[in-house]
Write a protein that binds this ligand. Sequence first.
Ligand code: ZN
Length: 243
Amino acid sequence: MKILIISDIHANQVALEAVLKACPDFEALWNIGDTVGYGPRPRECVDLMVDYGAKPILVGNHDLACLGEIDLREFNTVAQIASRWTALQLGMEHRAYLMGLYSDTVQDGYSLAHGSPRAPVWEYVTTAVIATENFAHFETETCFIGHTHIGMYALVRPDEEMASLHPLRDGDTLDLLVGRYIVNPGSVGQPRDRDPRAAYAVLDSSRGTLSAHRVAYDIATTQRQMALANLPDILASRLAHGM
Ligand code: ZN
């Protein structure tokens, strides 16, 4: 089965549509969370997830903030502004939908967690030590995460105790059968690895392989939408730099 895995859309509809167009023949769609927050089209992005039958969808820290489930003081000023704006945009149906979701789950023998298996809402898996500790917190062979907006994979082979951490780049293919993995596909709507293109991954669950991909999208259109919504300039300008 061909499964499209995405994370951190952050209400960037143009980027999301570019990914859906670049990978049109998926049989399942898994979304690791932060569908909204930061970007200008929260309703449309939630609607697209429903229309495309994405399941599971996780809730990330930004989704929860927009729902009023997280104290906004946890966020920096621009994220607070964007969260308040997003909360006003979401309709009852969008709120009810997001409210029903979890921050981690298991699907078809794979674990998924927004931040990390140990702390699904908040923890950032950014080092080999953090990754190594997290392997004790899920039972499947592979766990998919998001949250950092940086594509990467951590691998522990059967004879190893310490995980090795690697960037996940456009065109990379992983053989998931050689060990246990934590994999972050990167962010659709706000990449932070200095590559501004939208990131996604494709899991071939029958072969046990995962491929990483990037697709360019019309960043200027998203930036215009953000300006019209009076979202902070810094959130729009960073999209062009992939930071
Ligand atoms: Zn995020």
